[in-house]
Design a protein around this ligand. Structure first.
Ligand code: C2E
Ligand code: CA
Ligand code: CA
Ligand code: CA
Length: 388
């Protein structure tokens, strides 16, 4: 469960217990006490937004104190893994500082509990702005896990126009998350957050599953010229050697053709071109197409591009936006020619005006994507568009 209710008067954990998770106090009030023989001492009182039980999780030692609810409390458990992954990837100096602080805190605690009554304010975890940013992230990550579990992530489909034949050729899957309190959170933010831990793996699998269900309705695998759906794949997903086998299993389970699925890899991920070329080879062997996303924004190492057999180049919307400028138009023209001579088709992203679409048609660009063609659509609307 994602929330723990603790009624007033009951104990959340006891001093000496083995730690299973830390907690973020959402509402209520908790007192932290140490017990020595018959004497118990209150170390501090925690309120909404405070973190507790994190020390034992960080250094895997028994709980150094008892936590008891003073009022009815709601807590969000934070898995040891959520900290462990961050701690493992942290700067080693930071990690060492943190662990040394914890052990100093523990010994101070042990000394104190026999002698002085500490002031309540001195003990809860110090709140720096750094720590509160980190806690915000961890809280948001907890909410993202919850949203994923409840199926609250929505996969929208943005139409991609075949310019010459004036028909919808496929869609790009773009994921949406509406946070219950904060409202819509951009995928740029929550995908980056999921990327920081392994949460991106279940998120990616969920998106794939949604995309395959959508494809079944949009274009059954036995259709003559089936539509494709392009799927964004992030760095951590690409590094997962089992990813492609999972993709193929899901595609097969839905009775689809692998060619209906395109993978989009952002240009900035192509730093390790040996790894990327291996991925492209494996995708091609399985019949899956691969697109180079955001072309022109990253480290377009043209010297490596010829070794990477992308099926599609996606020209970043920054170029399309400035196509009214002759020098920018010249670049777009050159990229279209280059793509064609490399045997790639090309998608212009962010097409918002008829004038842009007209220029792209004249330049011989294959596909257009953008608000002029359509915004990212709910599945029913995408199906209606594809079959109209
Ligand atoms: P992207 O792959 O470059 O996706 C295109 C972005 O441009 C989308 O933003 C889309 O809504 C927006 N866009 C499309 N047409 C227009 C237009 O005409 N004008 C303007 N101004 N914008 C347009 P969005 O949906 O906010 O996604 C942002 C990024 O988040 C995506 O960039 C992609 O890199 C990432 N993303 C989205 N969904 C997923 C996902 O399921 N998995 C992964 N790994 N990344 C995702
Ligand atoms: Ca994309
Ligand atoms: Ca893009
Ligand atoms: Ca982008």
């Amino acid at each position: 469960s994602f929330r723990v209710d603790v009624p007033a008067g009951s104990v959340l954990f006891h001093q000496g217990d083995a730690p299973t998770s830390a907690f973020l106090l959402e509402s209520g009030s908790i007192e932290v006490i140490t017990v020595h023989g018959d004497v118990s001492r209150r170390l501090g009182v925690l309120g909404p937004g405070d973190l507790l039980g994190e020390m034992a999780v960080l250094d895997d030692s028994p709980r150094s104190a008892t936590a008891r609810a003073l009022a009815d409390c709601v807590l969000m458990p934070i898995d040891r893994k959520q900290f462990a992954e961050r701690l493992d990837s942290a700067d080693p100096v930071v990690r060492a500082l943190l662990l040394s602080q914890i052990s100093r805190y523990r010994s101070a605690l042990a000394q104190m509990s026999g002698q002085i009554e500490p002031s309540a304010a001195s003990l809860p975890v110090p709140r720096s702005s750094d720590a509160s940013v980190a806690l915000d992230k961890i809280r948001l990550e907890g909410h993202l896990r919850e949203a994923l579990d409840k199926g609250e992530l929505e996969v929208r489909l943005q139409p991609i126009l075949d310019i010459a034949h004036h028909r919808i050729a496929g869609f790009e899957a773009l994921t949406r998350w509406t946070h219950p309190e904060r409202g819509p959170i951009s995928p740029a933010e929550f995908i980056a957050l999921a990327e920081e831990t392994s949460l991106i793996v279940p998120v990616g699998d969920y998106v794939l599953d949604q995309v395959c269900s959508a494809l079944q309705q949009l274009a059954p695998g036995d259709a003559a010229d089936p539509l494709f759906v392009a799927l964004n794949v992030s760095g951590r997903q690409l590094a997962d050697p089992a990813l492609l086998d999972r993709f193929l299993a899901v595609i097969r389970a839905h009775g689809l053709q692998p060619a209906q699925l395109k993978i989009e890899i952002t240009e900035s991920l192509v730093l390790d071109y040996v790894q990327v070329s291996r991925i492209i080879e494996r995708c091609h062997a399985a019949g899956i197409k691969v697109a180079l996303d955001d072309f022109g924004t990253g480290y377009s190492n043209l010297g490596h591009l010829h070794k990477l057999e992308f099926d599609t180049l996606k020209l970043d919307q920054g170029f399309v936006r400035q196509m009214h400028e002759p020098r920018c138009l010249a670049i777009v023209h050159a990229v279209v020619v280059m793509a064609h001579s490399l045997g790639c088709n090309i998608v212009a992203e962010g097409v918002e005006t008829q004038a842009q679409l007209d220029s792209l048609r004249e330049l011989g660009c294959t596909y257009a994507q953008g608000y002029l063609i359509g915004k990212p659509l709910a599945l029913v609307d995408a199906v209606a568009l594809a079959t109209s």
